[in-house]
Design a protein around this ligand. Structure first.
Ligand code: AMP
Ligand code: MG
Length: 278
């Protein structure tokens, strides 16, 4: 369990083509073994999130955590948000989904909408897709010329350096499912009326571009996995595993902040006396 983050950490030389999307690194049990573990780790995550929030509220701690979820359609980003992020108090979460940029967004630098969505102090930010779309779909679809997206890798590294320096811990997760599993998931969306809303005909066009996406994901990992903001490569064919793993990544990030409950900044005895007299 505790070795999950290290096992998922992207290492230079790792190849996207070789990812075993069906693997469960660091967890040898089955789906039913994972359920009680997930429940108890959710509690730990909720406690850590409350500590982060409490330290900001009571002690003006400026730190925050930003979870960046990047992955193809049906990789399970929505499930991570629902089941992992959903385990913590929404008061302390700032969630943003990044879709096709609006007219207004297109009038600005691509990082403009990203900056506007950064988590405030004491919060956990969640990016459901992110600035990495600007070197993924944008690159695959030639939405800007190569000399433009080419410069973005360094620019993103500088941007993330700035975030880390200002007290934000980045937890970057690249989610991968096999084409077969993606097909299953998309079929489910077509067969279940409660899932039609998740389906877009364009998902199939993106799926057919997988070889180009694979190259773009490889470049993203090679060029933006830094020591201060490393990527994690998450196998997502087994959704129960990917959820447990992201829970572990967030727990690790929060534990590194070494948080404790902020002490009272008032005289407890005196307040008790005042209370009983009131
Ligand atoms: P979904 O996450 O399924 O709601 O889909 C959002 C869509 O918006 C995906 O196809 C993304 O690739 C696309 N998208 C997100 N960011 C950008 C961007 N910067 N430029 C173009 N398309 C984007
Ligand atoms: Mg989608």
């Amino acid at each position: 369990m505790s070795q999950i983050p290290a096992l998922l950490r992207f290492r230079q030389g790792d190849s996207v083509a070789d990812i075993d999307t069906d693997a469960t690194p660091g967890f040898s049990g089955s789906k039913s073994d994972a359920a009680p573990v997930q429940a108890s780790r959710n509690e730990r995550l909720a406690e850590l999130q409350e500590l982060l929030y409490a330290n900001w509220k009571a002690a003006d701690d400026q730190r925050s955590v930003l979870l960046v979820l990047q992955g193809m359609d049906a990789a399970g980003k929505g499930g991570i948000v629902k089941h992992v992020v959903g385990a913590v108090n929404p008061m302390g979460v700032r969630y943003t989904a990044f879709g096709k940029p609006t007219e207004e967004e297109l009038g600005h630098h691509y990082l403009w909408r990203i900056r506007n969505a950064l988590p405030p102090a004491g919060h956990i930010g969640v990016f459901d897709r992110s600035h990495y779309e600007d070197v993924l779909i944008v690159r695959v679809h030639n939405l800007v010329p190569p000399e433009v997206w080419e410069k973005r890798y360094d620019e993103i590294n500088a941007f993330e350096r700035e975030l880390v320096d200002s007290g934000t811990t980045l937890v970057k997760v690249a989610m991968f499912i096999s084409l077969d599993e993606q097909k299953e998931q998309l079929l489910e969306r077509l067969e279940d009326p409660t899932k039609y809303w998740k389906y877009h005909p364009g998902d199939i066009d993106e799926r057919l571009k997988w070889p180009a996406y694979q190259q773009a994901y490889q470049a993203m990992l090679d060029r933006t996995s830094t020591e201060y903001a490393p990527w994690h490569v998450l196998p997502c064919d087994r959704r129960w595993y990917s959820r447990l793993a992201v829970t572990e990544l967030l727990i690790e990030a929060l534990e590194k902040l070494d948080l404790s409950w902020p002490p009272a900044d008032f005289d407890i005895k005196a307040e008790k006396r005042r209370l009983s007299d009131s």
